[in-house]
Structure formats: structure tokens, C-alpha cells
Design a protein around this ligand. Sequence first.
Ligand code: ANZ
Ligand code: ZN
Length: 804
Amino acid sequence: MKYNFQRIEPKWQKAWDDAKAFQAVDFDKKPKWYGLVEFPYPSGAGMHVGHIKAYSSIEVISRKRRMQGYNVLFPMGFDSFGLPAENYAIKTNTHPHIITEKNIKHFTEQLKSVGFSIDWSREFATSRPDYYKWTQWIFLKLFEHGLVFRAKTLVNYCPHCKVVLSNEDSQGGKCDICHTDVIQLPKDVWYLRITQYADKLLDGLDTVDYPDSIKQQEVAWIGKSTGAFVNFAVAGTDDKLEIYTTRCDTLFGVSFMVVAPEHPILDKYKDRISNWAEVEKYREECAKKSEFERTQLSKDKTGVRIEGLTAVDPVNEKEIPIFIADYVMMGYGTGAIMAVPAHDQRDYDFAKKFGCEILPVIEGGDIAKEAYTGDGKMINSGFLDGMTNKKDSIAKMLEYLEEKGIGHKGVQYKMKDWAFNRQRYWGEPIPLIHCPKCGTVAVPEEELPLTLPEVENFEPGTDGQSPLAKIPSFVNCTCPKCGGPAKRETDTMPQWAGSSWYFLRFCDPHNDKAFADRKKIDYWMPVDHYNGGMEHVTRHLLYSRFWHHFLYDIGLVNTPEPYAKRTYQGMILGKDGEKMSKSKGNVVDPVDIVREYGADTLRTYVLFMGDYASAAPWSDDTVKGCKRFLDRVAALTDIASAEKEDPELESKLHKTIKKVSEDIEAMKFNTAIAAMMTLLNDFVKAGKITKNDLLTFIKLLSPFAPHICEEIWQFEGMNPDGKTFCTLSAWPEYDEEKTKDDIVEIGVQVNGKVRGTITIAVDCPREEAVAMAKDEENVRKFIEGKKIIKEIYIPGKIVNIVAR
Ligand code: ANZ
Ligand code: ZN
């Protein structure tokens, strides 16, 4: 058969579509399998080959699962709110809705041209009112349960995008969208209390199948710390300065305190502080710095001593100075620390620079050079002296602190609450109303969706207000509680809102009575396998787990964790080994590859290019190699006329079934394809194969290159019943016996070193194997004249002779 992909790919895509071959059936008796990929943001640039790689894993597994008899849900939708569409709207004065729907159309065509086995009947977009109605609805549930609150705080603000960013969106001190340095601004912020779920998000990780690297990133991001809150008296006042420490065992080694530059104690005692001007100047400098700059360990320590204010160490009544320094953050613990320079490197560096006392309380190290952070015997520490175990010393100190009422045990998390409002147009309106009498009131459920009003101008206000604030007809409303005049919240939700629950909507995408029918949720959830990017681990993955835990707690879903298994793909780099980007001109357009080589080649290539989870550069030669492979597959129809099965070929076939089956499960797609390439060579070498050889082979290949396999399956005289699709046929089984080699070559070791090999039957008895081993020419040289002490034989593997 000649391989004409231009003809066969659209043909089979249409045939599958007409037959609804990939439609998931609610409540079907077959076992369900829900495979999910991170749905795309439909950008103007269209799809990237990276998307194809990200989706191809779940695509291949979905196709295999159908062949294994599962009722498969492999859906696709669009995460379509967000800044790029809005920025484009500002530039071109086109409504973001129009741009977004156009992009969605383009993405859909691209995806369809690749032949993914998606159930398109479940498609939705997060920016459509019938979807975001339910995003708003879940938000109101969070509000109802006290998980939404408003606070004036310093926020990460991107001066370029003119938006407030969450910590997750400004990692490393840079705006995630435009990479501008983020600055700190005081602002009214709506928060979601994700910190209330910190422990559940941590504990939940023990119940799911995620790679360790993902678990570790989430654990580090949540950053649970166990320590103590301790009160230091401010000398000459009734005030206390509370600190958070993980090392209350070092309380006798405190020689000064440091408070964050923003700490309120400064303003309170402004009149006592004799160097106020200096303090203010330092504060201004700090305000310009990002949290990242401030907390870098290696940086030079700066600070100012507060003249006129001192503190008292509660365990030894020692009077100590107080400093402000930018390495102490207001947003962690209490914004104040006790400094123990002998045992904390940051405090050590600071003490050296400012000439503070360095008093060791734990023996060890060389504190003339650096802080000693290891274990050791307690010294200079009153009732702790002589103790050697840090855990015990901490416990004893805690007991003391609690008894005296000076301090108590406490837990802190690095993770902050989730800043949940944006001052932009293209997002879900936050369904809250500000009433002068009733305070914050929820928009009544029956008024949802609260739709985005039409605006003339999408530009955000320079005052940091959303464009919605400029529309009086939207802003002015009546309070649902008291009926008096009130104002709507004009901020919108962040990009991450819609994706926090989208996997639930796929279970029941057209429901207008609920976000999804509970019975359908019970049937489909949890997601059996979710693949996505490593860059989403501390954002989307964490956020969506949080929403799902919440929905579980209020009884609306069946499991606490939404995803039973999570994996990730490695990036596709440009030919030059650099990250693909427009500016570097190294972007490969999937559509070009489909046009030139066909979808099957593209699909095979993105999974063949290397280890799935690793980054790999694009290679045109390998693309061509994959195309040649498929050409040769097509030509197999010419040799599939053997009457009788060749036992050697049959054994190779069974080995390949086993290998491909197992490799797909382990996401080792590249070695699965390599095994099929090897088998193809064996077929060609044999010159003739049976129809059964060919049909089994294309079943294995079908999840990767479904169009060509379907064409061969339906090729005249090939398929036994001619009716079923190859892609819905039964996954081949292998006979374990036939995967075993009868004759094997095994190594012979003498004293642990390989000295020769012998070719024997796999089930060769011990005596015979050992005898043959000793008789091997080279082995004989090494044992000659020696006493044999031990003979070890592992059938099919090795003979080891120990001789002296
Ligand atoms: C005294 C001490 C002695 C500390 C010692 C450490 C070692 P984790 O594990 O990350 O929770 N700290 C507390 N609040 C801070 C803030 N707002 N900004 C900067 N640093 C702060 O770290 C807790 C430790 O970080 C605390 O324990 C405190 O220093 C510091 F040998 O207290 B420690
Ligand atoms: Zn009211």
C-alpha cells in the first residue's frame, strides 16, 4: 500500500467523528477511565508543538484504554480568560470575546488536524457565561464558608501590567506575564484562605500518585514550619514584641532583635525614637525592593539600630538592642525575630557588620568564622546546660515558656493566602456587593451569572482600578439584603479561577442546574491520569486541589483529591537547543509538520524524540525518520501473505506486545516506538509475514499513528470483519511463554569478573550449565590450578565461579 497521508488523515478523522468513536458515555457499565491534559489558553499565536507533546501522552493512553475495554473520557476545553486577549483588545480595539472565540476556533481546527481522540461534545470555554456562572457560584460557596476575606496589605504589583499579582504569579520577584520587577504597594485585596487548607494539601499528597519532584515542590511551597511564639518585653513600656522562632532552645544566645521595616511598633514609639529620620529613610529604600531581593541569603546585610527602644530577653532579663533590617519580612511569623548570631548565619552576618555580641549556646563549629548550625551540648543556657539533643532542648524550653506564660508552640506556613482579585476586564466579575449598611453582600445565586458588561475602553485605570469601575450602570445596584443603594465590586478573578474546577465540568458540561450532576461526578471522578507542565505545580495544581478539597468538605464531590495520578512532560526546545520563542525565530508550527509529513508523523515524532519528561531539541532529521518508518509500515501490506506463523517472528511479536504495553503504562513512549521499529525491521528481513502479524502490529501502533493503522486495518482483505475500527479493536494480548527466549547467551564470571559467555537453553539444568561454563576456553585459564570454592548459577542470567 502506498502511504498517502493527505488523503487518509481527513478521511479517518471524519469517519471516527461520524461514528462518535470517542464519545464518553455517562454511566456506562464498562470501567471508566478519565484522562486529562491541561487545557490550553487560546492565544493568538495558535498551537505550539509543546501542546502536541503535552497532549500526546494522555492521547496514547486513552486510545489504549479504549482498546482495553474502558469507557474513556478524554475531553478538551479552553482556559480563555486572561491578559493577552485583553492586551490585544486594547491594541486593536476589538472585544476580547471576539478575539478569544476566533482563537478557540483556530485551536480546535489545529487539534482536530492532529487526530486526537477527544470527546469534542464536551468542549467549553471558561470565558463563556454558562461556564463562569459556576466559577462565580463556587466562589460564593467559598465566601459563604468564610474562606474569602478582604485586607489592606502590601501586594506584589506589576507596574507594567498594572495588576496585583499573587505570590505564585511573581516568583523570583518578577511578573509572570511580562517579567518586569514586581514592586510592593498597599492595596485592598480579596483573599482566598488557602492557608486554612495547608495541612490538607500536605496530607493529601500521601494519597496520590505524583512524581516525587512534584510532591517536593508542593511541600516546599506550602513550607510548613513548627516553632514557637515568644514575647519579649519592650523596656520601659507595657508592650511586648512577639517573635516567631524555630529555635527557642537558643533563647539564652539572643543578643539583639530585628523587626521588619514595616513593623507597627516603630510608628507606635515614634516619639521615643531619636533617629527617626534615619529609620524613615531606610524604610523608603526597602519599599522599593522585592521580597526576593530582600531575602536572598548571600546579600550584604543592611539595617538601622532603633535608638531609644530596647527589649528584654524573657529567659535572662538581659536588655538588648532592636534593629530594623530588610531581611526580616513583615509577612512571615510576626515580622520580628530574636537574633542568635552564634547559630544563625543571617544573624551572624548582621552581628559582624553592626558589632553585636556573638554568644555561643551550643558547642561546636568555629564561631570566629561562621555561625554553627549543627547539634551539640548546650552551654551558657541556664536550665538547658548539658543537654545534647536539640529536640529535647526545644521541648524543655517550650515547657518553660508555657509555664511562665511567655510563649507557646506555633506553626507557620510559607504559603500565603491567595490574592484573588485583578483590576482587569477580561475575567470573571467577583459577585459581591458593597452596601453601606450591610457591608459585603453576595450576589443572589439566581442572579448568576453576573455577566461582564460591555465597555468602550478596556484600558485599566491608572489609579489601579478595573475598567468595570468606569461603568456606572454596572457599579450602581441595590443591596440584595436591605434594598438600599449599593455598589458592586469591580475587580475580576485571576486567570487561575476557571481552571480550578474545570475537570468537574467535563463530567457534565451542559448542565444549567448545577456545576455538574453529582451522579456524574461520582461516576467519572477522580481524574485517573492528569498530565501537565512542571510550571503549574505551585499554582494551578495547588489551587485546584484546594478548591476540590473545599468542595469535598461541603459534600459536593466524592473524593478529597481530584487527580489520582499526575505526570509532566519535558519541553520541546528549538533546533538550537534554546527555549522556543518567537523572538529567537526557532518556533516550529505543528500545522507545518502536519502539512508536510502528516499528523501520524508529528504524533510519533513528539513521543519518539526522547524521554517524555525531559527537555529535547527539535530535529528535522528525526521527523523524517519517523515519516520513513510509517512509509515502511504502509508497505507491510505487500508482504502480509504468509500462510504459516514463523515461530521466531511470533516470539518477537509477543515480546513487542509486552514491551509496548508496559512502556505505554510507564510513559516510556520512545522505547515503545523503538521496539516497534525493530519489529518492523524483523518483518522486512523475514520477507513474509502473516495477516495476523500485521494486524497485531498495527494495533500496537494505532495509539501513536492511528490514521495509517486504520487505513491498513480497512485495507482490502486485511480486517476479518471489516466493520470495527482498528482504534476500537481489542488491545493485543501476549503469551508470556512466547516472550521467553529458549536459547540465551549468559556471562560467566570468575571471582566477580566476566571472563566469557556461553550459549545455553534458558532452562538448562545447573550441572550442565556449570560444566559448560568451566569448559569455556577463557574461563578455563582463570580457574586452572585453583580450588573451586563456590559455583553460582542464575538460570538465564549468569554463572559465577569463586576460585582460590
Ligand atoms: C531564632 C533562631 C536561631 C532562628 C537559630 C533560626 C536559627 P523557618 O524554618 O523558615 O520557619 N524568622 C522568623 N520570622 C522571620 C521573618 N518574618 N523574616 C525573616 N526571618 C524570620 O524559619 C524560622 C526562622 O526564621 C526563625 O527561627 C527566625 O530565626 C527566622 F539558630 O529564630 B530563628
Ligand atoms: Zn445593604
